[in-house]
Design a protein around this ligand. Structure first.
Ligand code: 5GP
Ligand code: ZN
Length: 119
């Protein structure tokens, strides 16, 4: 599997940096964000080092499909209330203009009873 030794999230995948895990399988890891914006805030990542959504191509479609299909299950598991009263935000910052700080593709899943975030 393609890893970048200088990447924080690759180090989390490899267990070199501890994380509070939400879900793990051979291709995917989900863990709590270290600085949560809301009562529920976890990050869903491919274990493979893909830099950002700008680096995704058709070869990644099965992996991305798997990631997306895990979102509702994990959101509910982590305490997001059911749709439509509950729900969550799914956010992927991409590149400098997109506000991406960690260059390893990740999906923020953010939720919990409002008010917690304006806009
Ligand atoms: P970005 O701005 O790249 O979309 O989001 C990166 C997220 O990773 C931030 O919300 C930040 O709090 C989180 N983060 C950065 N370093 C670590 C870490 O070492 N452990 C965990 N659990 N989260 C981290
Ligand atoms: Zn990485």
């Amino acid at each position: 599997m393609s890893q970048d030794p200088s990447c924080i999230f690759c180090k989390i995948v490899e267990g070199k940096i501890p994380s509070k895990k939400v879900y793990e399988d051979d291709e995917v890891l989900a863990f709590h964000d270290i600085h949560p914006w809301a009562p529920v805030h976890f990050l869903l990542i491919p274990k493979q080092h893909i830099v950002s959504m700008a680096h995704v191509d058709a070869s990644h479609a099965p992996l991305l499909g798997k990631l997306m299909s895990l979102v509702p299950q994990l959101a509910q598991q982590e305490g997001c209330r059911p749709y439509p009263e509950g729900g969550f935000r799914l956010v992927t910052n991409t590149g400098a203009d997109g506000g991406q700080e960690v260059p390893h593709l990740h999906f923020h899943v953010i939720g919990g009873p409002r008010p917690w975030l304006k806009g």
